[in-house]
Design a protein around this ligand. Structure first.
Ligand code: S3P
Length: 189
């Protein structure tokens, strides 16, 4: 069974669900499945950012730099979390490194940390974008090493934000959505 834990915070059903975790862990795949099960809309923070900017994430990184992307990401996450309608929200992999984002997410949502080891992440990222083009942080160097380094650097931030932890290794997106759903039900019980 999954190593799934909850922090004991109050987790009522009307709260948003924010999915966090590394690039490639499946937030954008699991999110819509979970949203269908919970009968709520799904919102991907990366999509909000690209819609606002009118540019892709690699274009944004290249033209304005990562800091500009992070500023748009902060606004997009806050906007999503301010929605009166409960949502399932996929946060970009770096969002929780910002303490303001952790505060916003924790105040409005049940935060679910999806975990996978770096090799599995790299395989999924490679499957999604064989040229690594969609994720500028992986565009240069060995993606497995970069993912390992980022996972290490970000672990404390993810842990600080998470109410629920769900392992995704060897599980389909449907199975991960099931595991999250079960945990949410347990928190609500
Ligand atoms: C990033 C993750 C990406 C995207 C951007 C930066 C990160 O989102 O926000 O490329 O810093 O980990 P996904 O986690 O959805 O790939």
């Amino acid at each position: 069974m999954t190593p799934a834990t909850s922090s004991g915070r109050d987790l009522p059903a009307h709260r948003h669900v924010v999915l966090i975790g590394m690039m490639g862990v499946g937030k954008s795949t699991v999110g819509p499945i979970l949203a269908r099960r919970l009968e709520r809309p799904f919102v991907d923070v990366d999509d909000l950012v690209t819609a606002t900017a009118g540019r892709s994430i690699p274009e944004l990184f290249a033209s304005d730099g990562e800091a500009a992307f992070r500023a748009l990401e902060r606004v997009a996450l806050a906007d999503a979390c301010a929605s009166p309608e409960p949502l399932v929200i996929a946060a970009g992999g770096g969002a929780m490194t910002d303490p303001k984002n952790r505060k916003v997410a924790s105040a409005a949502a049940t935060v679910v940390w999806l975990q996978a080891d770096a090799a599995a992440l790299a395989a999924r990222v490679a499957g999604a974008a064989p040229d690594g083009d969609e994720r500028p942080l992986l565009a240069t160097g060995d993606p497995v090493l970069t993912l390992k380094r980022l996972a290490l650097v970000r672990a404390d931030a993810y842990e600080a934000a998470a109410d629920i932890v769900v392992a995704t290794d060897d599980r389909s997106a449907d199975e991960v959505a099931d595991a999250i759903h079960e945990e949410l039900a347990r928190c609500d019980a």
